[in-house]
Design a protein around this ligand. Structure first.
Ligand code: TXA
Ligand code: MG
Length: 506
């Protein structure tokens, strides 16, 4: 797969992930900082994780390399059980004053990671509690974040000016995630050009949108579109959304672009609204699953718009995941599931909306809301007046591909109107909107929004489901969110993902 290089976070071990007690010789001496797990879970959504640990005791012959090995194995094993993957652990056995090659002139291990795992060091970070960790970052062209746990307090004065200094790894993760906010995470012109070229030649390009990542192909190229269905293992009766870069392009794909479409496009495009309209003959039947209508949307993510405008072809794209599974909201999610079957993956950082677009059919009267999404029914009604809503389980020719079981993690998920206690003796995970007072009986818990903000909850929903899915749980209990605005969409997705389908929550 030709793809943009991935960024990484290089983590110091002692004083950063676990308490620094001097020479750690055996697993029983390991104490993780309480913030470590959550911080790494969030970071791994966007970064490949490595540990780089300095163990000068080895060269001083106070500590055996085997002892360090066994502690490292315990640390990575424990993290793996919590769903966190450390790709590689590097050990520098030298004393810092020796000025070893592990740090300078070129940080040996970081260069090696860059080569072996195609890491983009300039978009990478190091987190550590020693000024050397910051030096390591600088020599690699990466950024260092200094934590005050462990040795942090002692060497604070030696930290180069301008280095972010934070209390612990949780805050370091927060700082980094804020630093890479999706606006700063845009692909380069050259990457956009390569992706556009790939589309024009009939290739498959995974690209970011503000809702979820899409798996795109030239919508007018039947062969290319067929490959989308193969790669996703998507049934051919489920039609695709066609993405456009301009309203002009949208108009060329449909027989008529009515007044309502004009008003809605003016208000919500580019953005998370898809309009279904009678199609022109140039839109192939594979795209629309044989329907006489086409679903069209202009996405708002700047990288998606740049790609569409550069490619100058309409792009058919479903979400870039295997059929039925949770939609991807960052490039890493796409890589996990579709990896090599994609010709080009354009990394545009995390999605800002986090749930799919709202789908509205203007091919029937009155307009019919086919899928709840990033724009609420109320917002649409403000512009064009009353719309009908399709029932949760309704299957009509106007509403194909609305499967009752969809957007689902592999772990059985049950949706409850409010917090319930997990069955005794089972490993159960919890997915809640706001922090729960008694989440202690759950083996893992995800809070969608600490501050109770529904937009934030939507943004976190799919990544949280994926994290829980990696925890080896027997089941997940999800608690419904307030049924208003985008909360309605979150409940719709939770209900579809659930095994019990409590439709009365709506
Ligand atoms: O936010 C989104 O809409 C994302 C991003 C990538 O743009 N795309 C997405 O696509 O969610 P997908 O494939 O997961 O959903 C497409 C759904 C179909 O399952 C079907 O319900 C509806 O769009 N659809 C497509 N064409 C239609 C048509 N002609 N009439 C009615 N519904 C249609
Ligand atoms: Mg340390």
């Amino acid at each position: 797969m030709s793809q943009t290089c991935r960024p990484a976070v290089f983590l110091d071990r002692d004083g950063t992930l676990i308490e620094d007690i001097g020479y750690v010789r055996q697993p029983s001496e390991v104490v993780f900082f309480p913030e470590t797990f959550e911080a790494l879970r969030r970071l791994q959504e966007h970064f490949v994780l490595f540990v780089v640990t300095n163990q000068p005791g080895i060269s001083q012959q106070i500590l055996r390399a085997e002892e360090v090995e066994s502690v490292n194995r315990f640390v990575t094993g424990t993290l793996r059980e919590a769903g966190i993957v450390i790709t590689q652990v590097y050990v520098c056995p030298h004393q810092r004053q020796e000025g070893c090659e592990c740090i300078k002139p070129r940080p040996f291990y970081l260069q090696q990671a860059a080569k072996e795992y195609s890491i983009d060091l300039r978009r990478s970070f190091c987190i550590g509690d020693h000024p050397h960790d910051i030096e390591l970052a600088r020599n690699a062209g990466a950024e260092g974040v200094y934590v005050l746990t462990g040795h942090g307090q002692q060497h604070r004065e030696e930290v180069p000016a301008g280095t972010p200094i934070v209390r612990h790894i949780g805050q370091a993760a927060e700082w980094i995630l804020r630093r890479i906010g999706w606006k700063e995470f845009l692909p380069t012109e050259e990457e956009i050009a390569r992706a556009a070229d790939c589309l024009r030649r009939g290739g498959l390009v995974a690209f970011p949108t503000e809702t979820v990542y899409g798996l795109g192909a030239d919508a007018l190229n039947e062969r290319a579109v067929r490959r989308i269905f193969e790669v996703k293992r998507r049934p051919s009766f489920d039609p695709l959304i066609v993405h456009v870069g301009t309203i002009e392009q949208a108009r060329r794909l449909v027989r008529d672009f009515p007044r309502e479409a004009e008003s809605l496009a003016e208000r919500f495009w580019p953005g998370p609204l898809t309009l279904v309209l009678p199609k022109e003959a140039i839109v192939p039947d594979v795209v629309t699953a044989g329907l006489p209508t086409a679903a069209i949307r202009m996405p708002a993510h700047p990288a998606a718009l740049a790609l569409l405008r550069r490619a100058e072809v309409p792009v058919a794209a479903p979400s870039a995941n295997l059929f039925g599974y949770v939609s991807p909201t960052c490039a890493e999610h796409v890589r996990e599931q579709l990896g090599d079957s994609v010709d080009f993956l354009l990394d545009g950082g995390p999605c800002s909306v986090g749930v799919e677009s709202t789908i509205l059919s203007l091919a029937v009267r009155p307009p019919l809301l086919l899928r709840y999404g990033g724009i609420s029914a109320e917002q649409i009604e403000e512009v064009i007046g009353p719309v009908q809503r399709v029932g949760f389980t309704e299957h009509t020719p106007q509403a194909p591909g609305r499967l009752e079981h969809h957007y689902a993690p592999r772990t059985p998920l049950f949706l409850a109107p409010e917090l319930i206690h997990p069955p005794k003796g089972r490993r159960v995970g919890l997915l809640t909107f706001r922090p729960a007072a008694d989440a202690g009986d759950f083996a893992a818990a995800e809070v969608l929004s600490e501050s109770g903000n529904l937009e934030e909850a939507a943004r976190n929903l799919y990544a949280a489901m994926r994290r829980l899915d990696r925890c080896g749980l027997e089941e997940i209990i999800a608690v419904a969110v307030p049924n208003e605005g985008i909360g309605r969409t979150i409940n719709d997705r939770l209900c579809r993902a659930s095994w019990n389908k409590p439709k009365d929550i709506f």
